[in-house]
Write a protein that binds this ligand. Sequence first.
Ligand code: ATP
Length: 328
Amino acid sequence: MNEVILDELYKNLGKYVTSERMCKKLGISRIAVWNRIKNLQKLGYKIEGKRSVGYMLKEEAKDILIPYEIRRRLNTKIFGSRVEYFRLTSSTMDEAEYLLEKEDDLNGALIIAEEQTSGRGRQKRKWLSPKGLNIYASLIYSPENWDTSMAIPFMFALSIAVREAIVDFGIDEAKIKWPNDVMVGNKKIAGVLVEAKSESGILKYLIGGFGINVNMEEVPEEIKDTATSMFIEASHKIDRATLLANILFYLENLLDIMNKKGKDEIFKLWRGMNNTIGRRVDIISGEDRIGGVAKDIDRDGFLVVETESGPRKVITAESVRFVDGHEE
Ligand code: ATP
């Protein structure tokens, strides 16, 4: 019902819509319309009401992350065909898994939350997810005939999409750290995580999760030396619905490319926007730490590091730390 009101208000942006018209469209009383308008105002819509005239939406919504606003901005065929919105959840990854247990036909479904209590990174590391400022999202993709090795190129495509959408807001220095983080200098601005569901070696579903630090004016104390936000980098507020719609658009295009031309095209693009190749790194695996220089990614997307004892392939379970603080 709110969507019908918003449609009317947007169609007449900057002009009054009479209360009678709203009542007729919705089949509800004047009081009921007024209550709904009050709720929309609470969400942040700049709606003006005049007693005997009606209601006017004064300007387009800025940074209201509800499914309606995301849909208005979407330019995709599959992604976002369904949007599940949570004010609060443990994690959008949990919600995606839960949906997959209950339902089929979830290709393209987007799950978003304003706040997460147990947002997670790789190996269940915690992703700090304060309320109302950032993006916490998971996307479900159901590929056609991909084997399980494609989960890594999918993760690269998602990191590229997130990076490109961040750059569109003027943060040109955003680069991808192998394998899954978007960094500005040495600070993390976004994290990407992919979980796969497969049957007999064929991928059935991929869940692509991403957390982006968007409108946090300050980062939480625990990560203040290692994290940044789009607000801090761009010095202005960002419309999260636009950012999210752009990510979905980029990802859909990248997956089209991957399906038509293969994963190498994605790796080629990734090479042009990473901050890892050419850097001195330490590979950390449990208690072990091996130094070397990151040379390239191989045909599966694993990092190849030249160490004293020869080239060593790094798989995603291990961590890579930069030894020097600067990019080469
Ligand atoms: P690392 O960040 O230690 O290199 P990683 O790349 O595997 O490891 P992820 O699993 O992607 O990290 O993300 C989890 C880590 O990110 C946490 O351990 C924490 O250090 C950091 N972190 C948690 N919340 C945020 C946030 N909102 N923004 C930036 N970094 C965060």
